[in-house]
Design a protein around this ligand. Structure first.
Ligand code: BT5
Length: 322
């Protein structure tokens, strides 16, 4: 109901919407409308209330609530159901739980703050309140298990496009799951899956984006390697807008990935946004360290590295440095 009120106010920028019109649209009493207005004000919306005129929206806070994300979202699958929490351990945990209980494909779980945000291999993901996008999507692609990990690369393309569009500065993909600006990380992807036999049951696609995180707020250990969209652009960006643009960029790419049965047909787009290939890299894999030149990725998203002795190695998963 609050989102309908908000929508009505937004449809009349600078103008009053009468209490009566709201009552009629919503089918509730004036007292009920007033209570919702009060709740919106408590959440940080500045709404002017004038007797005999009604209500006028003066400004909106930077929230990632369902109402804010839904307003103007043009996707048809991703984000059609939105679950918002002010604080959570990790959005990936709640998304897993909802997916196990049958949540629909495209369900979005998002939080203002994560207290146990995580990266790959049990690492921490710094997720302070009021300044980032910490979200997880539930996906149910009908694909063999072997193709599941490629969703990370598909998502990286969408993020590189979205973050470039939002900042006006070219974002680059560092294989496999980082998006960087000027060599600094502003976004990471954590894909977790649940599979039965050879089929993917569901994927939880976790995305963390530093939107308006002040540089001095990053913890000491990541101060020199982390950046935010605000630092890159020079002005703050509304977080709900970031979510919308990311979902809008991801939806067609995800559709293509499912229709084509994998990442192969998206490989050229990945290459166009990548900053990995051509570099001398050090790759830390579970089996050990590999050093050499990043040559290419194949149609499965596997990284091909040429070692100094000319031997070529395939890397399936690693942390890379260059
Ligand atoms: C990642 O892991 O980059 C995946 C990050 C995924 C976060 C999202 S937020 C929503 C969802 N819910 C979760 O709990 N997680 C997902 P990895 O490649 O392992 O990188 C982790 C490393 O990045 C850490 O060890 C730090 O060095 C660095 N790091 C931590 N927080 C950061 C931040 N906010 N910005 C930039 N770098 C960060």
């Amino acid at each position: 109901m609050q989102s309908t009120i908000l929508q009505m106010l937004r449809e009349h920028p600078g103008d009053f919407v009468s209490g009566e019109a709201m009552c009629n649209t919503l089918g509730v009493s004036r007292t009920a409308v007033w209570k919702h207005i009060k709740d919106l004000q408590d959440a940080g919306y500045q709404i002017e209330a004038v007797r005999n005129k009604g209500y006028r929206l003066q400004s909106s806070p930077d929230l990632v609530t369902a109402a804010e994300i839904r307003d103007g979202l043009s996707t048809t699958v991703l984000g059609q159901t939105i679950v918002y929490r002010e604080t959570i351990d990790s959005t990936n945990n709640l998304a897993q739980e909802l997916a196990n209980n049958g949540a629909m494909e495209g369900t979005l779980v998002i939080a203002d703050e994560q207290q146990q945000g995580r990266g790959r291999r049990g690492r921490n993901w710094f997720s302070p309140p009021h300044s980032g996008v910490w979200m997880s999507l539930i996906l149910r692609p009908q694909l063999p298990l072997a193709h599941a990990a490629q969703i990370t690369l598909v998502t990286a393309i969408a993020l590189a496009k979205a973050l470039t569009r939002l900042t006006g500065v070219q974002a680059g993909i560092k294989w496999p799951n980082d998006i960087l600006f000027n060599k600094k990380k502003c976004c990471g992807i954590l894909t977790e899956m649940h599979a039965e036999f050879d089929q993917i049951h569901h994927l939880v696609l976790g995305i963390g984006i530093n939107v308006n995180v002040p540089q001095e707020d990053f913890p000491e250990d990541i101060q020199h390697i982390a950046t935010s969209l605000q630092a890159v652009k020079g002005t703050p960006i509304p977080r709900a807008k970031v979510v919308q643009v990311v979902l809008e960029e991801l939806e067609p790419l995800y559709r293509q990935y499912v229709a084509d049965g994998g990442f192969g047909t998206l490989r050229d787009q990945w290459k166009a946004h990548n900053i990995t290939l051509g570099n001398e890299i050090i790759a830390h894999t579970a089996q050990g360290t590999i050093q050499g030149r990043a040559l290419d990725i194949d149609e499965f998203g596997v990284l091909l590295v040429e070692q100094p002795d000319g031997e070529q190695k395939k890397i399936y998963s690693a942390d890379i440095m260059f």
